[in-house]
Design a protein around this ligand. Sequence first.
Ligand code: ZN
Length: 190
Amino acid sequence: MKIRNITQIDRGVCAHVCPLCGEIHASAPEPDMMPEFSICRCDMMPGGEPRFLLEKSKDNAGWWVLSDRLNLVVIRFKERQFNETQRVSFLSDEMERHPDIRGIPRVLREMADWLVIRHRSVATNEPHGMEIDDDGRTVVYRGKFPRWRLTVEDGGASAGQIGSSMAKAAAFLRSLEGRRRMDGGSGGDF
Ligand SMILES: [Zn+2]
């Protein structure tokens, strides 16, 4: 997983902390001194291929298929209803007779953790949420009308800084609406 978000882990210490496994990959006294990104291999196969795969179901419209290619486990779920609809199956008969059956809850938890960190908008039906894209950037989204997605380019921005900048963007959008009304509906270019 690519990590661009900078976390303040202590006074004068900021770091790239993997949101999935918690490992620290780079640290510096100031955000400006941090590398652009770090890569955590916890969601990769031993050969570097992605461990998790999320695809739309080919058989059922509105359903998704989440695969763990390392442990050969598949979870099918209805879009935005992961908790309510998840159905677990195994990609090989061998797995169902796996002697380490106690390991399976951990695998399922890791799959769910990856899903809500990387694809929260597909898993849950919250009106607003945040997820991390393939490039390690934070995406803030709105899941109901009018739906939108906003990609944060600066990894050093905190949720509070993003929020106050969005308040300014909201004021900008409302000013456009006001201007359009003053135009008497003539200017529809906004
Ligand atoms: Zn990790």
